[in-house]
Design a protein around this ligand. Structure first.
Ligand SMILES: N[C@@H](CCC(=O)N[C@@H](CS)C(=O)NCC(=O)O)C(=O)O
Length: 206
């Protein structure tokens, strides 16, 4: 059985949790915060959450954990069987993380933790986020899921990256990040109705 380490409000942790719930895989939960303590670094070498414990040892980095879950777990397929389609899902996952999640994170201290970020950081974040959203508009299919007709890991990333990215952009840049991407807003509303998303939202609220 997998043990998931993390804290409930972490969007990366929510991605792994959604995958486990979607695949109906039982898992144990250990509540931890990111840490540079030696003990935690032996589990997650960068000290980040999430990490998982398997019978063979620990794994960190969300996309790697998701691939491990898909390769070893039972339950519904969250990756297409066709190699090219699988690569397309990975491409979208990479684009969402590199070009939306990471630029949005440069705003988090002001958006969520009472800090301030410099005008220079805001200008760069705005430019990068606009490019990232344009990339997603160009490359996403939204038919109705981001990679096509099937729900995949790219939708899981989209759900938990775009939500916080939009909120950060609104709070710090006074910008409606998804103004030109109503298809993503619609998709997020659809995903939020899945039992996995409802469970995770209830945990966030609690
Ligand atoms: N690349 C990591 C990023 C995970 C991440 O940044 N998690 C945040 C919490 S949402 C964290 O641990 N932050 C603490 C830190 O960066 O030291 C992954 O894909 O899992």
């Amino acid at each position: 059985m997998i043990t998931l380490y993390g804290f409930t409000l972490s969007n990366y942790v929510s991605m792994v949790k959604m995958a486990l719930i979607e695949k109906e895989l039982e898992f144990d939960w250990v509540g931890v915060k990111p840490s540079q303590e030696n003990d935690y670094l032996t589990k997650s070498p960068m000290g980040k959450v999430p990490c998982i414990e398997t019978e063979q040892g620990f794994l960190s980095e969300t996309n790697i954990i998701l691939e491990y879950i898909e390769e070893t777990g039972s339950g519904i397929n969250l990756m297409p069987t066709n190699s090219f389609e699988r690569a397309r899902v990975r491409e979208l996952m990479k684009e969402i993380e590199l070009y939306i999640e990471l630029p949005a994170r440069t705003l988090y201290s002001e958006a969520f933790f009472g800090g301030t970020v410099s005008d220079e950081v805001k200008t760069t974040a705005k430019k990068n986020l606009q490019k990232g959203i344009a990339c997603l508009k160009r490359n996403g299919k939204f038919a109705p899921y981001v990679a096509g007709s099937e729900f995949t890991y790219a939708d899981i990333l989209l759900q938990y990256s775009l939500g916080l990215a939009s909120l950060s952009a609104k709070r710090v840049l006074e910008m409606d990040l998804l103004a030109d991407l109503p298809e993503a807003k619609q998709l997020m509303a659809t995903i939020s109705q899945r039992p996995s998303a409802i469970q995770i939202a209830a945990e966030h609220k609690a």
